[in-house]
Design a protein around this ligand. Structure first.
Ligand code: MG
Ligand code: ZN
Length: 715
């Protein structure tokens, strides 16, 4: 009987804890062992410390990502640049409590696995007509991530497949930190040494089934593709759509490529490389550079360092798009060549030399970008009032590790370190959380002596000692060693171009932080926890229900009383909108394509999304328009409004009797979310109350069980 009672109690406690978990108290336990993809694919499901938060909040967050910067890459660079007992000025300061008196700090490690293997095998794989074909390997737990699955994890809190940019394993867009920071009224920035369309910056700009969907013509560089002497839409046609899912493209009713979505996302500050892809052409034949300028962007193009230096403001009226190189930006050091075992390398260890093309020589290093971004964000009104979120990436640690180019990766690590130092010189750690981490580990390993069977480089360290680095994930350097920093072979190896073929590795990574909320990175977390750490520090909507509520105030308003073109605002809990226009007989005359989760209108968060139906609203008769947020499910319906020449007298309902009446007294059609969808019968408050009650019960019951067990042990 005693045993039965205990069992029953244990069962009750387990049930209560399980219930409490549903309401967000999963932090009561470690991540469960052996969870499958069915669980892990859900938003937030891979967190290791779900729901565990301190009280600290930060006004600003700066996230530094060293792409491919595993512990080996940090140590290699420290040995070479500062000696084995030396320290980085910035990188080694973050998370170090003794160097940050009175400042909250944290240091831990995080896991980075993904949910599906590379590119063409993803769930979003498609046939030639663009139809989804599913996959053999997506939805499989994958211990080694790429930068896009990894970035989607830290930027959205959702685990996904390698090659996915802020979409889950089923292709559904997941809201990212820049969208959510904008929804909260904050200023935002995105800085990198890579092409701005590359995975790490892309996860703050876009939702794409394929990371290579750089522009409407894929990776076309905007040159005369058909050789007829002019660059026009015929070249775009010749270039094709590259790796883009065809139905994601605007021409096919989709939300657009990564570059186009960058313009829609409208961060206040965007700095990096990849300028040539903005030479691609939109549907009307305009370059994407022109589109950005038409949308009010201050544009700085490849090589215009003075233009970069002269940038004096950045805000939602005049955002900055500065792309200082055509491809990835040149690294600080000239490449070194990893070779097979050779005693001469020990006799004459490598010393890296400065690359003449490095933009740091002209005052446009990653540290300069970071200083500029912080200045612009601190002077921005939203930044001043509400704070900012800034991401800074040192991209070519990864890219040169792929190339077995030790000097390249070391110089890039040095650039990232100096960017951190530059930030520390401008910010106050009492109100700004700084996080430094990586997105995945990489190949380079520090070994005792040159291996027989792998490529290696021997470096002369600052302190006179030698570091021997093994590059052992590619059999040999098939393509000659890397000198081309514009060629990221990650997941896209093209033997005719690839210069190195080393691969990512899957070890857990260092994460360090200083500033309010920093201790949340302590111990072992997952990459997806980082989304919640940043989101919570900044007060962003991290949980799905909170994100859905961001669309409660959505409105749809005709631009004028012709009622043909509509301004859509307030769908801040959505990335994609669907719409449907019906005529007076209930016949659908225009609707968004619903063929993939990436069709529809791309939401301009905290801005205005335009829906032009002038081709379809042509008669005087009545129309009904519904606009639905694909993520939130919130709907705005405008019923029975009159077309361009209709008036109230012709039977059009006066949907807006007090607003917008113009010359003929006809209303401007408008609508808002009238009955916000509740998440579950209780809504959030109810769920929280029930959750707290259940937690209290669980604790009481748990206490009883422990007491009971104790007395039984004593017995
Ligand atoms: Mg990257
Ligand atoms: Zn890589």
């Amino acid at each position: 009987m005693e045993v039965n009672t205990r069992k029953a109690l244990k069962g009750t406690v387990a049930a209560l804890i399980a219930s409490a978990t549903l309401f967000g108290f999963a932090g009561l336990a470690n991540a469960a062992d052996g969870q499958g993809v069915e669980q892990l694919k859900e938003h937030g499901a891979a967190q290791r410390i779900a729901g565990v938060y301190g009280n600290a909040t930060a006004k600003n967050v700066i996230l530094f990502i060293g792409d491919g910067m595993g512990d080996s890459e940090i140590t290699v660079a420290r040995n070479y640049l500062h000696g084995v007992n030396g320290s980085f000025d910035g990188l080694d300061k973050i998370g170090q409590p003794n160097l940050n008196k009175g400042v909250e700090t944290g240091t831990g490690q995080y896991t980075t696995f993904s949910l599906g293997n590379n590119s063409n095998d993803s769930l979003m794989a498609k046939d030639k007509s663009g139809k989804l074909t599913g996959s053999k390997t997506a939805g499989v737990i994958t211990p080694v991530t790429d930068s896009s699955a990894s970035g989607s994890g830290w930027a959205t809190g959702t685990k996904t497949y390698n090659n996915a940019v802020d979409v889950d394993v089923e292709g559904n867009p997941q809201l990212n930190l820049i969208e959510l920071a904008k929804a909260a009224g904050k200023a935002t920035g995105n800085v990198t040494t890579a092409e701005i369309q590359d995975a790490t910056p892309a996860v703050l700009e876009s939702h794409s089934s394929e990371r290579a969907c750089y522009g409407p013509q894929g990776k076309w560089d905007g040159t005369d593709k058909n050789g007829d002497g002019v660059v026009d839409l015929k070249d775009a046609e010749a270039a094709g759509i590259g790796s883009c899912l065809s139905n994601q493209l605007k021409a096919n009713g989709g939300i657009g490529s990564i570059s186009e979505q960058l313009i829609d996302t409208r961060a206040d500050v965007t700095i990096g490389g990849g300028a040539k892809y903005f030479n691609q052409l939109d549907q009307s034949g305009k370059t994407l550079w022109q589109d950005a300028a038409d949308q009010g962007f201050q544009t700085v193009k490849s090589g215009d360092v003075d233009g970069f230096k002269n940038l004096g403001e950045a805000n939602q009226d005049k955002p900055v798009l500065a792309l200082l190189g055509d491809g990835n930006l040149p690294t600080q050091f000239n490449p070194s060549v990893a070779t097979k075992q050779d005693p001469a390398k020990d006799a004459n260890p490598t010393e890296c030399t400065v690359n003449d093309k490095w933009l740091g020589k002209k005052g446009a290093s990653l540290a300069d970008f970071t200083s500029k971004a912080i200045d612009l964000l601190q002077n921005n009104k939203n930044g001043k009032d509400n704070g900012y979120f800034l991401q800074v990436e040192g991209a070519s640690i990864d890219k040169q590790d792929h190339n077995a180019n030790a000097c390249g990766q070391i110089g890039e690590t040095d650039d990232l370190d100096k960017a951190i130092s530059a930030a520390l010189g401008k910010i106050d750690l009492s109100d700004t959380l700084v996080i430094v981490t990586a997105d995945h580990a990489h190949t380079s390993q520090i070994v005792e002596s040159q291996p027989i069977y792998a490529l290696s480089t021997v470096l002369k360290n600052r302190d006179g000692s030698k570091t021997t680095i093994s590059y052992g994930t590619s059999e040999e350097d098939l393509y000659g060693n890397g000198t081309d920093t514009s060629n990221d072979v990650e997941g896209k190896a093209d033997p005719s171009k690839a210069q190195g073929n080393m691969s990512h590795t899957g070890t857990q990574l260092r994460i360090a932080a200083s500033g309010p909320g920093a201790s949340r990175v302590d111990g072992l977390t997952d990459q997806t926890d980082n989304f919640y750490t940043i989101g919570h520090a900044l007060g962003l909507a991290t949980d799905k229900a909170d994100q859905d509520r961001l669309s409660d105030g959505a409105t749809v308003t005709a631009k004028d009383n012709k009622n043909q073109v509509f301004d859509i605002a307030g769908f801040n809990g959505d990335a994609v909108l669907r719409y449907e226009l019906k005529d007076k007989d209930g016949k659908v005359v225009s609707a968004s394509d619903a063929s993939t989760p990436l069709s529809g209108l791309r939401v301009k968060t905290a801005g205005t999304t335009t829906l032009d139906l002038s081709k379809f609203i042509t008669s005087d008769a009545q129309y009904t328009l519904t606009v639905t947020g694909q993520q939130s499910g919130k709907t705005v319906e405008i019923k029975d409004f009159a077309g361009p020449n209709g008036t109230e007298g012709n039977g059009a309902a006066d949907v807006n009797p007090n607003g917008g009446a113009a010359d003929n007294g006809k209303p401007v059609a408008s609508g808002k979310v009238t009955a916000p969808k509740q998440n579950g019968v209780l809504g959030k408050t109810g769920a929280t109350v029930l959750g707290v009650a259940l937690l209290a019960l669980a604790l009481v019951a748990g206490g009883l069980a422990i007491k009971f067990a104790k007395s039984r042990d004593n017995a």
